[in-house]
Design a protein around this ligand. Structure first.
Ligand SMILES: [Zn+2]
Length: 285
């Protein structure tokens, strides 16, 4: 958490007060928490960005990316509990950075808030972000994948399909929550080797990656029981109400009536329905 839908919601939420604006100041908020990872460092970021104009704010994988008019890039990765906000934060104790922006006489403030403080803020020189992050750390964006791309990706590995979905170098943006939901919708068992998916399952995977992520964006993401994730206006998302399997152990599958189960894959909790996500057997319907 936050995954593609939540980060996309943050980007859309701050866009009206960030795009085309000039950076007036960037300041650290007083906090007793351990410091964030800021690279190369706040003074260097201030020196590079104050006075500069933000050409665009976009989502790249699970990062909020400010593309500056001078070709520098500021990438903010919320990781576990980070938020980009343009209104009052959930609390002041975990406010980390404040960005003062202006457009003519109009002023705006954007905050980076992070409860656990695992988020990162990094400045990249012209061309550096494309080379080091897009070119090396991130695969194709999940929303840009096609069936033939999935076919090639899956054919190339015997790793369990859910583990493949979480591999950001192969496909960018999907995390633990949406991987479970996508595989349930596509009726694919999370442990099935990617290379053994049938052509029909590849088509289902392709279809539900897009439809689940796009629907979750429309609902402004998922706010789980801990309440951490908020949109840019400090409001909850509402896609959690549509979850079919994630964190629903023991509840009944709405498709087949099976009982939702949990197991651990690559150190991450996986949720699935043993009734309609079956390995190596014909499904019931
Ligand atoms: Zn089921």
């Amino acid at each position: 958490m936050p995954e593609l839908p939540e980060v996309e919601t943050m980007v859309r939420g701050i866009d009206p007060v960030v795009r085309g604006r000039q950076v007036v100041a960037i300041s650290e908020c007083p906090t007793a928490c351990k410091p964030l990872t800021v690279v190369p460092g706040l003074p260097e970021i201030q020196k590079a960005l104050v006075g500069q104009t933000i050409r665009a704010v976009v989502r790249i994988g699970k990062r909020v990316v400010w593309q500056m008019a001078n070709e520098l890039t500021l990438a903010i990765e919320p990781r576990m509990t980070g938020l980009m906000l343009r209104s009052d934060p959930p609390d002041e104790a975990h406010l980390r950075l404040r960005f003062d922006l202006k457009l003519g006489k109009a002023r705006s403030i954007v905050w980076f808030w992070d409860r656990r403080g695992l988020g990162t803020v990094k400045l990249y020189q012209p061309g550096e972000f494309e080379q080091t992050v897009i070119g090396q750390l991130l695969g194709t964006d999940a929303l840009s994948m096609t069936a033939s791309h999935w076919q090639k990706l899956c054919a190339a590995t015997d790793r369990p399909i859910k583990v493949l979905l979480l591999d950001q170098k192969r496909v960018a943006g999907i995390g633990n929550l949406y991987a479970s939901e996508i595989l349930h919708a596509a009726q694919i068992h999370p442990a099935v080797p990617a290379s053994s998916l049938t052509p029909k399952q590849i088509l289902e995977l392709d279809r539900f990656v897009r439809s689940i992520l796009q629907t979750a964006i429309e609902y402004e993401g998922s706010t789980l029981g801990d309440g951490t994730y908020r949109n840019a206006l400090n409001q909850s998302g509402s896609y959690q109400n549509a979850h079919q399997v994630y964190a629903r152990v023991g509840e009944l599958c709405q498709r087949c009536g099976g009982s939702i189960e949990r197991f651990v894959q690559a150190q991450r909790a996986t949720f699935f329905c043993p009734g309609c996500q079956v390995i190596g057997k014909q499904r019931k319907r």
